[in-house]
Design a protein around this ligand. Sequence first.
Ligand SMILES: Cc1cc2nc3c(=O)[nH]c(=O)nc-3n(C[C@H](O)[C@H](O)[C@H](O)COP(=O)(O)O)c2cc1C
Length: 213
Amino acid sequence: MFYDPRSDEHGLPHSPVTALVTPRPIGWISSVSRAGVVNLSPYSFFNLVSAYPPFVMFSSAPAKDSQRNAEETGEFVVNIATYDLRDEVNASSAEFGAHVSEPAVVGLEMIPCRNVRVPRVARSPIALECRYSKTVGLESGDGKPNPSAIVIGEVVGIHIDEAVLVEGLIDVTSVRPLARLGYMDYCVVDEVFEIRRPGEPAAALSRKAEPVS
Ligand SMILES: Cc1cc2nc3c(=O)[nH]c(=O)nc-3n(C[C@H](O)[C@H](O)[C@H](O)COP(=O)(O)O)c2cc1C
């Protein structure tokens, strides 16, 4: 089948769009409002977009508290969402007012970061402290503004729980990252296989050296 998403006439019972690009990692974004309220919400339009130096992005539609807080305070934190935390991740996505602190409502302990004032989720094994870089708005070819905006951050601090390190490598089967599929579906990474690049030496280089991806 083929359809043009500008008319959205796909003829299917549900739009397939969010099921097209899967799995999508989930950035669980903590931020602090100007009034000092700690905010925490999941974003699956999220990724690492540069490795050396590391930058991340999440996309908000429309502008929500996480975007506003990042823009107003210049900081946010990406907590990696895991299978163990799936219920809390989902609960934190409910629409609470800007004056309500999601971690408190959901019952999550937050602990301080080092290079930003925003706290991180104590139980998340990986957290990225970010300095807000810029927001990129989107616009369709017909000039119509898109309600989504891409919020970009420079990673200025990285926390890794040593419990997920095996011989100095991150053991993703210990992290068990949660990822978003289409519809109401999720998946978890709990199995890994390795493919060496052509010509790569036999030593387990792939996760030690600095290939870009
Ligand atoms: C797994 C998951 C992923 C989500 N991803 C996004 C996303 O990428 N962009 C977005 O705008 N909302 C996303 N949402 C919805 C937001 O989490 C929700 O609107 C939340 O209330 C926003 O909170 P905030 O206003 O505190 O930032 C997602 C929800 C869930 C459960």
